[in-house]
Design a protein around this ligand. Structure first.
Ligand SMILES: Nc1nc2c(c(=O)[nH]1)N[C@H]1C(S)=C(S)[C@@H](COP(=O)(O)O)O[C@H]1N2
Ligand SMILES: [Mo]
Length: 250
Protein backbone atom coordinates (compact mmCIF):
# COMPACT_ATOMS: atom_id res chain seq x y z
CA UNK A 1 0.00 0.00 0.00
CA UNK A 2 1.18 3.46 -0.77
CA UNK A 3 1.39 5.87 2.06
CA UNK A 4 -1.00 8.84 1.92
CA UNK A 5 0.27 12.21 0.74
CA UNK A 6 2.26 14.03 3.31
CA UNK A 7 0.28 16.16 5.68
CA UNK A 8 1.96 19.55 6.03
CA UNK A 9 0.90 19.49 9.68
CA UNK A 10 0.47 22.45 11.92
CA UNK A 11 2.52 25.53 11.11
CA UNK A 12 4.42 25.36 14.36
CA UNK A 13 5.50 22.18 16.12
CA UNK A 14 5.73 24.15 19.32
CA UNK A 15 1.97 24.31 19.60
CA UNK A 16 1.54 20.53 19.51
CA UNK A 17 3.39 20.24 22.80
CA UNK A 18 0.80 19.74 25.55
CA UNK A 19 3.07 21.83 27.76
CA UNK A 20 1.83 20.75 31.17
CA UNK A 21 3.42 23.81 32.73
CA UNK A 22 1.11 26.02 30.70
CA UNK A 23 4.02 28.41 30.39
CA UNK A 24 4.83 28.72 26.71
CA UNK A 25 1.55 27.53 25.29
CA UNK A 26 -0.27 30.21 23.30
CA UNK A 27 -3.47 29.01 24.90
CA UNK A 28 -2.76 28.23 28.52
CA UNK A 29 -3.57 25.12 30.42
CA UNK A 30 -6.94 26.25 31.70
CA UNK A 31 -8.34 26.17 28.20
CA UNK A 32 -10.49 23.29 27.17
CA UNK A 33 -12.38 22.68 24.00
CA UNK A 34 -15.58 20.77 24.43
CA UNK A 35 -17.03 19.10 21.40
CA UNK A 36 -20.36 17.36 21.40
CA UNK A 37 -21.27 15.60 18.20
CA UNK A 38 -24.97 15.78 17.51
CA UNK A 39 -25.52 13.13 14.87
CA UNK A 40 -28.85 13.05 13.12
CA UNK A 41 -29.36 9.52 14.38
CA UNK A 42 -28.52 10.62 17.87
CA UNK A 43 -26.03 7.91 18.66
CA UNK A 44 -23.45 10.29 19.99
CA UNK A 45 -25.85 13.01 21.04
CA UNK A 46 -25.48 13.75 24.70
CA UNK A 47 -22.01 12.33 24.94
CA UNK A 48 -19.36 14.77 25.83
CA UNK A 49 -15.75 14.59 24.94
CA UNK A 50 -13.36 16.99 26.55
CA UNK A 51 -9.68 17.10 26.36
CA UNK A 52 -7.05 19.69 26.91
CA UNK A 53 -4.60 21.30 24.58
CA UNK A 54 -4.69 18.35 22.23
CA UNK A 55 -7.98 19.57 20.82
CA UNK A 56 -7.24 23.23 21.32
CA UNK A 57 -4.37 23.02 18.84
CA UNK A 58 -6.62 21.21 16.37
CA UNK A 59 -7.65 24.41 14.58
CA UNK A 60 -4.10 24.88 13.37
CA UNK A 61 -4.45 21.83 11.16
CA UNK A 62 -6.47 21.73 7.99
CA UNK A 63 -8.49 18.74 9.07
CA UNK A 64 -10.08 17.27 12.17
CA UNK A 65 -7.19 15.65 14.06
CA UNK A 66 -9.52 14.46 16.81
CA UNK A 67 -11.23 12.14 14.33
CA UNK A 68 -14.46 13.06 16.04
CA UNK A 69 -16.30 13.95 12.88
CA UNK A 70 -15.77 10.42 11.60
CA UNK A 71 -17.62 9.08 14.61
CA UNK A 72 -20.72 11.06 13.83
CA UNK A 73 -23.26 8.96 11.94
CA UNK A 74 -24.03 10.41 8.54
CA UNK A 75 -21.20 12.93 8.82
CA UNK A 76 -21.87 16.53 7.87
CA UNK A 77 -23.54 17.23 11.17
CA UNK A 78 -23.06 19.84 13.82
CA UNK A 79 -20.23 19.77 16.21
CA UNK A 80 -20.90 21.91 19.22
CA UNK A 81 -17.96 24.14 19.99
CA UNK A 82 -17.26 25.80 23.28
CA UNK A 83 -13.70 26.95 23.57
CA UNK A 84 -14.04 28.06 27.19
CA UNK A 85 -14.31 25.49 29.97
CA UNK A 86 -17.03 23.30 28.57
CA UNK A 87 -19.90 24.83 30.53
CA UNK A 88 -22.43 26.43 28.21
CA UNK A 89 -23.64 29.83 29.40
CA UNK A 90 -27.21 29.55 30.63
CA UNK A 91 -29.10 32.72 29.72
CA UNK A 92 -32.88 32.71 29.36
CA UNK A 93 -34.70 34.73 26.71
CA UNK A 94 -36.20 36.81 29.51
CA UNK A 95 -32.90 37.76 31.10
CA UNK A 96 -31.03 38.16 27.82
CA UNK A 97 -29.56 41.60 27.16
CA UNK A 98 -27.46 42.80 24.27
CA UNK A 99 -25.41 45.89 25.06
CA UNK A 100 -24.19 48.15 22.28
CA UNK A 101 -21.57 50.60 23.45
CA UNK A 102 -18.32 52.31 22.48
CA UNK A 103 -18.23 54.87 19.67
CA UNK A 104 -22.00 55.33 19.39
CA UNK A 105 -24.30 58.30 19.89
CA UNK A 106 -26.73 56.31 22.02
CA UNK A 107 -25.60 53.21 23.89
CA UNK A 108 -28.35 50.58 23.68
CA UNK A 109 -29.52 47.65 25.73
CA UNK A 110 -31.70 45.38 23.60
CA UNK A 111 -33.84 42.58 24.98
CA UNK A 112 -34.83 39.45 23.09
CA UNK A 113 -38.21 40.97 22.33
CA UNK A 114 -36.58 44.23 21.20
CA UNK A 115 -34.63 42.21 18.63
CA UNK A 116 -37.75 40.34 17.54
CA UNK A 117 -39.54 43.65 17.03
CA UNK A 118 -36.91 44.91 14.59
CA UNK A 119 -37.13 44.16 10.84
CA UNK A 120 -36.17 40.49 10.46
CA UNK A 121 -33.66 39.07 7.99
CA UNK A 122 -33.69 35.40 7.02
CA UNK A 123 -30.66 33.63 5.59
CA UNK A 124 -30.28 30.05 4.32
CA UNK A 125 -26.80 28.77 3.71
CA UNK A 126 -24.38 25.90 4.26
CA UNK A 127 -22.69 26.35 7.61
CA UNK A 128 -18.98 25.71 7.27
CA UNK A 129 -16.47 25.16 10.03
CA UNK A 130 -12.91 25.81 9.01
CA UNK A 131 -11.91 22.31 10.16
CA UNK A 132 -13.97 20.86 7.33
CA UNK A 133 -17.40 19.90 8.60
CA UNK A 134 -20.42 21.48 7.01
CA UNK A 135 -24.17 21.49 7.49
CA UNK A 136 -26.23 22.30 4.38
CA UNK A 137 -29.27 24.58 4.13
CA UNK A 138 -29.28 26.03 7.61
CA UNK A 139 -32.07 28.55 8.20
CA UNK A 140 -31.29 31.61 10.28
CA UNK A 141 -33.33 34.59 11.35
CA UNK A 142 -32.25 37.74 13.09
CA UNK A 143 -31.50 41.40 12.74
CA UNK A 144 -28.95 42.99 10.45
CA UNK A 145 -26.08 44.55 12.31
CA UNK A 146 -26.63 47.63 10.19
CA UNK A 147 -30.14 48.01 11.70
CA UNK A 148 -28.66 47.94 15.18
CA UNK A 149 -25.83 50.29 14.23
CA UNK A 150 -28.24 52.77 12.69
CA UNK A 151 -30.35 52.74 15.81
CA UNK A 152 -27.33 53.42 18.04
CA UNK A 153 -25.69 55.87 15.65
CA UNK A 154 -22.04 55.26 14.82
CA UNK A 155 -19.64 58.07 15.67
CA UNK A 156 -17.14 59.45 13.16
CA UNK A 157 -13.80 57.65 13.29
CA UNK A 158 -15.26 54.26 14.16
CA UNK A 159 -14.05 51.46 11.88
CA UNK A 160 -14.65 48.15 13.60
CA UNK A 161 -16.91 46.16 15.89
CA UNK A 162 -15.89 43.92 18.73
CA UNK A 163 -18.24 41.17 19.88
CA UNK A 164 -18.30 39.67 23.35
CA UNK A 165 -19.80 36.41 24.54
CA UNK A 166 -21.36 35.63 27.90
CA UNK A 167 -18.87 32.74 28.05
CA UNK A 168 -16.45 35.56 29.00
CA UNK A 169 -13.87 33.85 26.82
CA UNK A 170 -14.28 33.98 23.07
CA UNK A 171 -14.58 37.30 21.26
CA UNK A 172 -14.88 38.29 17.62
CA UNK A 173 -14.38 41.33 15.44
CA UNK A 174 -15.55 42.68 12.11
CA UNK A 175 -14.68 45.82 10.25
CA UNK A 176 -17.52 48.32 10.10
CA UNK A 177 -17.80 47.75 6.34
CA UNK A 178 -18.11 43.98 6.82
CA UNK A 179 -20.65 44.45 9.58
CA UNK A 180 -22.91 46.46 7.28
CA UNK A 181 -23.20 43.59 4.77
CA UNK A 182 -26.69 42.17 4.18
CA UNK A 183 -25.62 38.63 5.10
CA UNK A 184 -24.42 39.23 8.66
CA UNK A 185 -27.03 39.09 11.41
CA UNK A 186 -27.56 39.00 15.12
CA UNK A 187 -29.50 35.72 15.10
CA UNK A 188 -32.27 34.71 17.48
CA UNK A 189 -33.42 31.80 15.32
CA UNK A 190 -31.40 28.95 13.86
CA UNK A 191 -32.69 25.75 12.26
CA UNK A 192 -36.20 27.21 12.27
CA UNK A 193 -36.43 27.59 16.05
CA UNK A 194 -34.99 29.76 18.80
CA UNK A 195 -31.20 29.31 18.98
CA UNK A 196 -30.59 26.54 21.52
CA UNK A 197 -28.24 26.94 24.44
CA UNK A 198 -25.61 24.62 22.89
CA UNK A 199 -25.69 26.56 19.64
CA UNK A 200 -25.12 29.86 21.45
CA UNK A 201 -28.64 30.93 22.39
CA UNK A 202 -30.59 32.92 23.09
CA UNK A 203 -28.69 35.06 20.58
CA UNK A 204 -25.55 34.52 18.53
CA UNK A 205 -23.86 36.20 15.64
CA UNK A 206 -24.23 34.67 12.17
CA UNK A 207 -21.59 35.78 9.66
CA UNK A 208 -22.74 33.94 6.54
CA UNK A 209 -19.82 34.75 4.20
CA UNK A 210 -17.18 33.61 6.68
CA UNK A 211 -16.15 30.40 8.41
CA UNK A 212 -18.05 29.30 11.49
CA UNK A 213 -15.64 30.74 14.02
CA UNK A 214 -16.79 34.27 13.19
CA UNK A 215 -20.33 33.35 14.28
CA UNK A 216 -19.80 34.05 17.95
CA UNK A 217 -22.12 32.18 20.29
CA UNK A 218 -23.87 33.57 23.41
CA UNK A 219 -23.56 37.13 22.13
CA UNK A 220 -23.80 39.65 24.96
CA UNK A 221 -22.13 42.88 23.90
CA UNK A 222 -21.11 44.77 20.79
CA UNK A 223 -18.54 47.53 21.12
CA UNK A 224 -18.05 49.99 18.31
CA UNK A 225 -14.37 50.82 18.14
CA UNK A 226 -11.57 51.78 15.79
CA UNK A 227 -9.49 48.63 15.94
CA UNK A 228 -9.99 45.02 14.85
CA UNK A 229 -9.02 42.80 17.78
CA UNK A 230 -8.41 39.13 16.84
CA UNK A 231 -10.66 36.69 18.67
CA UNK A 232 -9.79 33.41 20.34
CA UNK A 233 -9.76 31.28 17.16
CA UNK A 234 -7.72 33.91 15.34
CA UNK A 235 -5.15 33.83 18.12
CA UNK A 236 -4.89 30.12 17.27
CA UNK A 237 -3.77 31.05 13.76
CA UNK A 238 -6.90 31.51 11.68
CA UNK A 239 -7.44 34.50 9.41
CA UNK A 240 -9.13 37.51 10.92
CA UNK A 241 -10.90 37.93 7.58
CA UNK A 242 -12.43 34.47 7.42
CA UNK A 243 -14.02 34.56 3.95
CA UNK A 244 -15.13 31.04 3.07
CA UNK A 245 -12.78 29.65 0.43
CA UNK A 246 -10.44 32.61 0.63
CA UNK A 247 -8.67 32.47 3.95
CA UNK A 248 -6.05 30.27 5.50
CA UNK A 249 -8.37 27.58 6.80
CA UNK A 250 -8.47 24.93 4.09
N1 LIG B 1 -18.49 31.67 22.17
C1 LIG B 1 -18.08 30.82 21.22
N2 LIG B 1 -18.54 30.97 19.97
C2 LIG B 1 -18.14 30.12 18.98
C3 LIG B 1 -17.19 29.10 19.23
C4 LIG B 1 -16.72 28.96 20.56
O1 LIG B 1 -15.91 28.08 20.89
N3 LIG B 1 -17.18 29.84 21.54
N4 LIG B 1 -16.76 28.28 18.21
C5 LIG B 1 -16.91 28.80 16.84
C6 LIG B 1 -16.69 27.78 15.83
S1 LIG B 1 -15.09 27.34 15.49
C7 LIG B 1 -17.71 27.27 15.07
S2 LIG B 1 -17.44 26.27 13.73
C8 LIG B 1 -19.11 27.55 15.42
C9 LIG B 1 -19.84 26.24 15.68
O2 LIG B 1 -21.16 26.48 15.98
P1 LIG B 1 -21.97 25.37 16.79
O3 LIG B 1 -21.24 25.15 18.09
O4 LIG B 1 -23.35 25.94 16.94
O5 LIG B 1 -21.95 24.12 15.95
O6 LIG B 1 -19.25 28.38 16.56
C10 LIG B 1 -18.29 29.42 16.64
N5 LIG B 1 -18.63 30.30 17.73
MO1 LIG C 1 -15.19 26.12 13.63
Amino acid sequence: MESPPEDPGPPSTETTDPDPSGGTSPVGRRVFLGIVGLGAVGIVAGSRIESGLHTVVAPLQAHDPTGLSNLIPGGNQWEIYNASNGAFPDVSQEEFQLNIDGMVDTPLTLSYTDLQAMPPTTLVKTFQCVTGWTVPDVHWQGVLLSEILDRAGVKAGASALRFFSSDNFDTESLTLAQARRPDIIVAYQMLGAPVTREHGGPVRLYVAPMYGYKSLKWLSRITVTNEVVPGYWEQQGYSVDAWIGNSNGL
